[in-house]
Design a protein around this ligand. Structure first.
Ligand SMILES: Nc1ncnc2c1ncn2[C@@H]1O[C@H](COP(=O)(O)OP(=O)(O)O)[C@@H](O)[C@H]1O
Ligand SMILES: [Mg+2]
Length: 346
């Protein structure tokens, strides 16, 4: 076998961690050049968000190629692209929506909906046009968090008008169900409900549509990621180990569907006492930071556990409106700025 054929064969044995195909067929390895004196040149193109995985892949390819007789030098250039890549023809950006961003978490109760609403308010206050889609069809929480129980109307019988609260357009199953009524959906119905809310809501022009996902990594997540081109996902976790393990699962799911994970948010990071304003690290603060470093993703924000955040949610007045100058509101404002900057380069 020629050296060239041996190299190709070796590369065919390496799996692309993003698509599970071999790296030559998946397109991640490009521009293979084998020079006569045994020098190899190769370009590996991975999403900026996954440079860490890319580095591991580069090392393993290098080791494999160096094991071939006749190979004298291996030059692999790791390049980063940040654009989300459509996997199938159904994955299109939503018309008139610049960025769809999913907010995800491995498990429930970590504050994903709370973070979504406060982030949305912070973005809106920066003058951007914002929408929120409550994709948690089983446990919608937007009506409570935004303090509204209006019912969506339809002018043309085909599309629904979103509910507008605090200058934010929103859609949730909670607007359509009676309060406290359980949503008894079976899988396909839940997915259909989500697709309708996504595609048949009259969102108009939006800078960001934040999608508050249900916890976990189920069918809803896949059906969403396959039907719309997401600019990225943010994973919310609390610092405890268990929440982190679930967050990691969420990360792997987005990896498989090639949605860039923009970063992690640590919620309930530390406790801020409402009486003395003292800080207590109840949980192992920094767990998410350490995890973010390990997987090579940015930590976008550390939000404390604070009475005001819960009370604001309960009263239906997002913290940013209730107490705009509080340190917690400023953290949400920073998160909004980081998100804008991250996506500006897409
Ligand atoms: N940083 C925080 N400080 C205090 N309470 C919080 C914080 N984040 C969320 N909560 C409260 O925790 C509960 C769960 O939050 P929620 O946003 O509904 O979680 P999820 O959407 O992940 O299930 C709510 O009662 C919410 O008010
Ligand atoms: Mg929720």
């Amino acid at each position: 076998m020629t050296l060239d054929a041996q190299i190709r064969q070796a590369l065919k044995m390496v799996k692309d961690p993003f698509t599970q195909k071999d790296i030559l067929s998946s397109g991640i390895a490009q521009g293979l050049k084998v020079v006569e004196n045994g020098k190899i040149f190769l370009v590996l193109e991975v999403d900026t968000m996954y440079l860490q995985k890319g580095k591991e892949l580069k090392d393993s390819i290098e080791a494999r190629l160096k094991g071939i007789d006749g190979v004298r030098e291996v030059n692999i250039a790791l390049t980063a692209s940040r654009k989300p890549q459509a996997q199938n023809s159904n994955q299109k950006p939503l018309p008139h929506v610049k960025h769809c961003v999913a907010i995800a978490s491995g498990k429930g109760g970590v504050g994903k909906s709370t973070v979504t609403v406060n982030l949305a308010c912070a973005l809106q206050q920066k003058g951007l046009a914002i929408g929120i889609l409550d994709a948690d069809v089983y446990g919608p929480s937007l009506p409570r968090l935004l303090g509204t129980s209006q019912k969506p109307t339809s002018e043309d019988g085909k599309t629904m008008s979103p509910i507008i609260a605090y200058g934010i357009k929103s859609m949730s199953m909670g607007y359509m169900l009676k309060e406290g009524a359980p949503a008894i959906w079976r899988g396909p119905m839940a997915q259909q409900a989500l697709q309708q809310m996504l595609h048949q809501t009259n969102w108009g022009e939006l800078d960001f549509l934040l999608i508050d996902l249900p916890p976990g990594t189920g069918d809803i997540h896949l059906s969403l990621a396959q039907s719309v081109l997401l600019s990225g996902a943010i994973i919310v976790s609390t610092p405890q180990d268990l929440a982190l393990i679930d967050a990691r699962r969420g990360l792997d799911m987005f990896l498989k569907v090639k949605v860039p994970v923009l970063g992690l948010v640590e919620n309930m990071s530390y406790f801020m006492c409402p009486h003395c304003s003292g800080r207590s690290d109840i949980f192992d603060t920094g767990g998410v930071r350490a995890e973010a470093e390990k997987i090579g993703l940015p930590l976008l924000a550390e939000i404390p556990l604070h009475m005001d955040i819960r009370e604001a949610s309960e009263k239906g007045t997002p913290l940013i409106h209730r107490n705009p100058d509080s340190p917690e509101s400023l953290i949400c404002n920073q998160l909004a700025s980081v998100l804008i900057n991250t996506l500006a380069s897409q």
